[in-house]
Design a protein around this ligand. Structure first.
Ligand SMILES: [Zn+2]
Length: 672
């Protein structure tokens, strides 16, 4: 019986795949990919760019297609069987990855090409591929001697255990606490839905009253809306001491161990510190640049933040006689002040944002900017009835991409919104293989009486994911590993975030924000309110992001051997960014999962970095007209179509004519 996944298919053959096909298909495709690598190693010809680097880039293509289909479905349409297969397949894939990246014979060939090949015969993209391939080995320790290699493996093993422990401790601390309310008066201020969820939680535990936890969907509404200040204080302090109590779940030692090991690892590989190791493969390039980036923003945003903090303090004083604004007051009074100032009601906006209209709006924007045309097609195989498929063509009628959209929540789809691909783009034997891109969201579904009406937040989410999709769809590179969104990590949010800017423009909203019943265009006063409220207390929010970025950089660029007390270290690092009084029993680092258990070590700055890029890039459009064809073409030619074929700063400068400046962001945020 034929396994459809091992056949040559173009669009993913969803309806013909049986769940039992996956595992054997993975096994066979891994075997094929290994054989392809083996062929490169045993080639008796001297290593060249073509027979080694290029051959590696085009190896394992069937495995990639199977992986894309499987893991995309495991996110968007999963079930227990798929999850079980994922458990079996994931270690096999990582073992296969290690087989390549730790293979000394393969590295020998790569190194020989890297050291001796005449680079003047290569294109920029080829040089990038060569560097990336070589560095991939070196950053894994390929240049180390055997003792050092053993040391590196030991550090890696310890680090992976410590990260897991860190996470488990945070989770245990999160679960260990709950705020049990039995007096109805203590619920004052909370929205009905929040109260209902708290009641359900209590019922699940067969308790009377209402229960709030440190899970964000429970915690955030409580500190934002609960009038009872003492209870806000209690839950906020409980949240702030996760991993910082004298119990089995204390993370202080773990944090110090992690930063020491990371530093040791970086130095073993020849880098000054962990931040230098990480940033080598980032647009920002090095710790000095990130620090000056963060500190420059800090100097500019701080006066606004201080002024906002004073305003908020005065407001709390006027409203409730609060003398000293504490951390547990911030969200509460911010929300109150925001309501008072803007009174922006999501429900009033939603009728202007019917999903079909918004999606067509994003298509129209792409047509005006990049000459793309979207036509729904009904002949492409889908994995769920909710999925829609669109043929994307250019002005010459040439096929650019296939776009899948999948918008509504259901059992088996994970939360959030994302863009992904079922097939990437590449050029081989003069054939430009066009990509199959997908956007998956969890929007408000339609009801019997109403179509799907989006909140403004959902509208920006759609444009955001559509921006990632454009990056994928307009890809025009030779090698699949450099195509589309395969770019440095602090560059990948530029195409997505820049698209959000169009949503705030009256010219864009006039295209699609029409009342679903009356056809009336969204009133200008709503647009103004949306714009103003987007910048509300932006100085304080900026300072907060900068404080996290600076703390992250301090952990990963200062000598960890000199760090004594975690609390002292933190207080020292927060000195320039702090607004609220310190809470003695709280710290940030022992629950800072982004950097100690996630992928954000020496990377937290990238949130702000991406904002600076998108504001600076959009400013260029605004100066020349937001639908200016010439600027759009530059953006397409130098950014969207280029993927990771060149350093992002080079690509950006080709588009913009200069390096990004933070001024556009500061202006947009109303900070200067
Ligand atoms: Zn994104």
């Amino acid at each position: 019986m034929e396994n459809i996944l091992l056949s040559a298919f173009d669009t993913a053959p969803f309806s013909q795949i049986k769940t039992t096909d996956y595992e054997p298909a993975f096994n066979e495709a891994i075997k094929q990919a290994k054989a392809e690598i083996q062929q490169i190693i045993t080639n008796t010809d001297a290593p060249t760019f073509e027979n080694t680097i290029e051959a590696m880039s085009f190896s394992g293509m069937q495995l990639d297609r199977i992986s894309n289909i499987f893991f995309n479905l495991n996110s968007a349409e999963t079930n227990e069987e798929l999850q079980k297969i994922a458990q079996i397949v994931a270690p096999k894939l990582s073992a296969f990855g290690n087989d390549i990246s730790l293979n000394p014979e393969l590295f020998k060939r790569v190194k020989q090409v890297f050291d001796t090949f005449d680079k003047s015969t290569l294109t920029t993209e080829q040089i990038t591929l060569l560097d990336k391939t070589y560095k991939g080995f070196v950053r894994n320790g390929a240049l180390l001697n055997d003792d050092q290699k053993t040391e590196l493996r030991e550090i890696d093993a310890q680090l992976s255990v410590l990260s897991l422990q860190f996470n488990e401790n945070v989770l245990a601390e999160t679960n260990a606490y709950q705020l049990h309310i039995t007096n109805e008066e203590d619920l004052a201020g909370l929205p009905d839905g929040v109260i209902e969820a708290a009641k359900n939680l209590a019922e699940q535990q067969e308790k009377s009253g209402w229960i709030f936890t440190l899970d964000y969907p429970s915690y955030l509404p409580f500190v934002t809306y609960a009038k009872n200040r003492e209870l806000r204080k209690e839950i906020a302090i409980a949240n702030g001491k996760k991993g910082f109590q004298k119990n089995d779940y204390n993370n202080e030692e773990i944090v110090l161990k992690i930063v020491k090991l990371r530093n040791q690892r970086a130095q073993l590989l020849g880098y000054k510190n962990h931040a230098a190791f990480v940033l080598e493969e980032r647009m920002a390039q090095n710790p000095e640049k990130v620090l000056s980036f963060l500190n420059d923003l800090l100097v500019k945003a701080k006066p606004a933040a201080k002024k906002e903090f004073e305003e908020l303090t005065a407001y709390a004083k006027k409203l409730d006689g609060i003398d000293r604004l504490e951390k547990w007051d911030g969200s509460y009074y911010s929300e109150k002040l925001k309501q008072e100032r803007f009174n922006l009601d999501d429900e009033a906006l939603k009728p202007y944002f019917k999903l079909e209209n918004v999606l067509n709006g994003s298509f129209t924007v792409a047509e005006k900017l990049f000459g793309l045309h979207f036509t729904e097609v009904f002949t492409v195989d889908k994995y769920h009835a909710d999925v829609q498929t669109f043929d994307v063509t250019n002005d010459n009628g040439e096929k650019i991409a296939l776009l899948y959209t999948d918008f509504f929540p259901r059992k088996g789809k994970r939360n959030g919104a994302w863009m992904t691909s079922f097939k990437s783009q590449w050029i081989k034997n003069d054939v430009n293989e066009r990509p199959h891109i997908s956007i998956v969201c969890n929007f408000t579904p339609p009801t019997q009486s109403k179509p799907s009406l989006l909140t403004f937040n959902e509208v920006t989410t759609l444009f955001h994911e559509f921006g990632h999709a454009l990056h994928g769809m307009l890809a025009n590179t030779t090698y699949p590993s450099l195509s589309g969104t395969s770019v440095y990590w602090d560059f990948v949010e530029l195409p997505s975030q820049i698209m959000e800017n169009w949503v705030y423009q009256p010219e864009t909203l006039a295209l699609f924000a029409k009342h679903y019943e009356t056809g009336e265009t969204i009133p200008q006063q709503y647009i103004n309110k949306i714009k103003e409220s987007a910048n509300f207390l932006e100085g304080m929010a900026t300072l907060r992001q900068l404080s996290f970025g600076l703390l992250d950089m301090a952990w990963h660029s200062k000598n960890p051997e000199n760090i004594g007390s975690l609390k002292e270290f933190e207080n020292q690092e927060f000195e320039t960014t702090k607004l609220y009084p310190d809470v003695a029993e709280n710290v940030m680092s022992t629950a800072f999962s982004h950097i100690f258990a996630g992928g954000y070590a020496a990377g937290y700055y990238s949130y702000k970095w991406a904002e600076v890029l998108d504001a600076d890039a959009f400013d260029y459009f605004e100066q020349n007209g937001i639908f200016n064809k010439e600027i759009a073409t530059k953006f397409k030619d130098f950014v969207l179509s280029q993927g990771g074929t060149d350093h992002p700063m080079t690509l950006y400068k080709k588009f913009r004519g200069q390096e990004p400046s933070p001024n556009a962001l500061l202006k947009r945020a109303g900070l200067i």
